[in-house]
Design a protein around this ligand. Sequence first.
Ligand SMILES: Cc1ncc(COP(=O)(O)O)c(C=O)c1O
Length: 428
Amino acid sequence: MNVNSAPVVERRSGFPVESIRAMFPALHRDPSFIFFDNAAGAQVPQIVLDAVNEHLVERNVQRGGRYRHSRQVDATIARARESVGIFLNARDPSEIAFGMNATSFIRIVSLAIGQTLQKRNEIIVTDMDHEANVATWLALQREGAKFLWWKMRDDGNLHPDDLKPLLSSRTRLVACTVASNALGSIVDVAAAAKLAHEAGAEIFLDCVHYGPHAVMDVQAFDCDYLVCSGYKIFSPHMGFLWGRRKLLENLPTFREEFIPDEPPGKIEAGTFIYENVAGMDAAVSYLENLGKTLGASEKERPATSKRAHLVRAMTAIRSYEETLSLELLRILRECGATIYGVREDHRVRERVPTLCFNLKKISPAKVTETMADAGIGIRDGHMYTPRLMKRFGLRQDSGVVRISAVHYNTMEEMHRFADVLLDLSKHE
Ligand SMILES: Cc1ncc(COP(=O)(O)O)c(C=O)c1O
C-alpha cells in the first residue's frame, strides 16, 4: 500500500502501520486474528519469505565448493554478516557469528569463559533475566565460579547503582539483559558496562527481547558480547552473537582441528541454517527499506547510509511503540489488573510494549483461553523467568499473562483486546 493512501489514523500518528502490515502475509491469512505474542516470535515480511525460498531453490548446497551454487552460499553468508554487523553497529563483520539460537550461543561463550576464570571467578547475574542468560552461567559452578545477584528493584527495573557494590577485582563478567522478555523494562546497559569495565570485568548482553524494538548499538552499549535471536526480529529461527574481535580471538571455544582459531569460524561449530541466515539478511533489508520510506524531519539531515536508515527505522518504531505501551497501561489499569514491572506513564521510555499482568481471581490460563476464543494470541506462564515469579509471590505453573506488541500492531487491535479483557474482568 502506498503511504499516502493509508488510513487517517496512520497518517495522524505519522507511523505507516497499515503499509507495514501489508508487507506481512501472515497478518492477512486470518485478518480477524491478532498476534499479541510477539515476544515468543514475530511474523516475517514477504521479503524474508522470498529470500528463504530463493535460497532453497537456487543454492541449497554446502558452502566452500568451487561451483556456482556453493560460491553463492559463501556470498550470502558474507553479505548477511555485513548487514547484521551494520544492524548492530559492529566494527567489523568478523565479529558476527551465526548459529541456532541465543541460548546455545550463551552456552558456547559460558563454556569458554569457564575455562579462563582463575582469580577472577565471580559472575554477576540478574533476577530479571530470561533463564537462558542465568542458568548457562550458573552451570559454571563446577568450574569454580561464584555468583552474585544484581536484583531488580520493586520499581520493575535493574539499577546500575545496585550493580556497583557487587563489582570488584574478582568480577569476571556481568550477564544482563537489555530488555526484559517478561516485563518489558529497558536496562541502562551503557551505565552497567562502564561500571563493569572500571572493575576490569566484561559484560555479556542478552539483546533478544530488545532487538525488534529499538536501535541496537554495540559501540554505544560499550558491551563485550551481545546475543540476539532472528525469530524475534522478523526473521526465521536462527541466532547471532557479536563479540569484540580481540575477546573472540582469545576465547577457547570447541572447534575441529581444521577450523582456524579465528572468529567467526571458531564460534560457529558445524553447519548452521543458511536459508535462515539469508532470511535474517532480508529482515535487515526490510528495516532498512522502512527507514528509507520514513521521511526525514526538517531538522534532520537526510539518511544516506544503511546504518542511518536502520537507525531511523528503529527510532520511529520505538516512538510508535511508546504509544502502544501507554495505551496498554491505560487498558490494564481500567480493567483493574495487577501490572508487574514499570507501570507509570512518565517512565514509558524505560519500557517496550511487553506487559505482564494478572486479573483478580481469574487464572492466567483462563484469561489466555478467553483471548484465544476471541481470536487473540497472548501467553500465560512463567515467561522463563522463574525467579521473577517467585519475587512476585506467584506460582511458577500459573505465573502471569503476557501481552507483547511490536510495530505492526495497531491501536484498533489494542481496543479489541481491551473489550475482551474488560468483559472478562466484569463477569467473573
Ligand atoms: C530475553 C530472551 N533471552 C533469551 C531467549 C532465548 O532465546 P533462544 O530461543 O533464541 O535460545 C529468549 C527467548 O524467548 C528471550 O526472550
